[in-house]
Design a binder for this molecule. Structure first.
Ligand code: ADP
Length: 253
């Protein structure tokens, strides 16, 4: 088990996810893309024999709660790799003026420890003014990440996620910077029903609960919203001392 030590401990958190793609609901095209990535990494020695290397740098784009973090976890889980989450806000607040050198430490760690390295909400860096007098630190952090990303030739998988492609710095989207951009939209009806199924697997449901009807009633819900709905309904049912979730109160959501 890898544990970040010294300075690195304040820059990244590490988990060994048990998440698999079967725990998430994604549209077919996205699942296929992710499946290919996993295959490439599982077969990287074979690829290397042909002078090829697996794709490693990904940009996940989608609204909050649609499963970007879960996707990073599932990639790590499928490949049996540790998931390192870079604590960007913490880095900027704690190491004002030296964020670039701290980010460099993270990229040095990638060379030593293969894993999935997850940079969440990189869009925030492009627009954030963290404190008065500080216009530049967040942007400098973003620029360091992009420069180090371009230079990186480790074996690590690097995933950046953003909720706001509309405000995203054009520099991030520059062709060739990421090997793949993966869109993670809000689920459609089939997706919503699938996500409700995943999250009610362990919930005792009464026979008159029809997830299809509930899914129809929740247009625009993200995976996280649907998970919340199931949790709230479960709590409500438990409070009413019923042993099944027979009622879903739409106003709660
Ligand atoms: P994001 O990183 O896009 O903001 P998360 O991955 O943190 O979203 O999602 C939060 C939670 O919502 C997940 O842990 C999961 O329980 C649920 N969820 C989100 N998207 C999905 C999905 N596509 N399939 C199943 N559950 C999902």
């Amino acid at each position: 088990v890898v544990r970040p030590k010294g300075e690195l401990a304040g820059l990244v958190s590490v988990h060994y996810p048990t998440t698999r793609f079967e725990n998430m609901v994604l549209d077919k095209a996205t699942l296929k893309k992710l499946g290919r990535i996993v295959d490439e990494h599982r077969n990287r020695e074979k690829l290397a024999a042909h002078g090829l290397s697996p794709r490693r740098k990904f940009l996940l784009v989608g609204p909050p709660g649609t499963g970007k973090t879960l996707t990073a976890s599932a990639l790590a889980g499928e490949l049996g790799l540790p998931l390192f989450t870079i604590l960007l806000d913490g880095v900027i607040n704690r190491y004002m003026g030296e964020t670039s050198s701290k980010i460099r430490l993270v990229f040095e760690a990638m060379k030593k420890t293969r894993g999935v390295y997850f940079f969440d909400e990189v869009d925030a860096l492009a627009t954030k003014r963290l404190i008065e007098n500080d216009v530049g630190e967040a942007r400098r952090t973003l620029n360091s990440i992009l420069q180090l990303l371009d230079e990186d030739d480790s074996d690590a998988l690097i995933i950046a996620a953003t909720n706001r492609p509309d405000v995203l710095d054009p520099a991030i989207l520059r062709p060739g910077r990421f090997d793949r951009r993966i869109n993670v939209p809000r689920p459609d009806l089939v997706g919503r029903v699938g996500i409700l199924q995943v999250h009610t697997r362990k919930v005792p449901l009464s026979s008159d609960v029809e997830l299809e009807i509930i899914g129809r009633g929740c247009p625009g819900f993200s995976g996280a919203d649907l998970e919340n709905l199931v949790n709230e309904a479960s709590l409500l049912a438990a409070r009413q001392d019923k042993d099944s979730v027979a009622m879903i109160d739409f106003e709660m959501a």
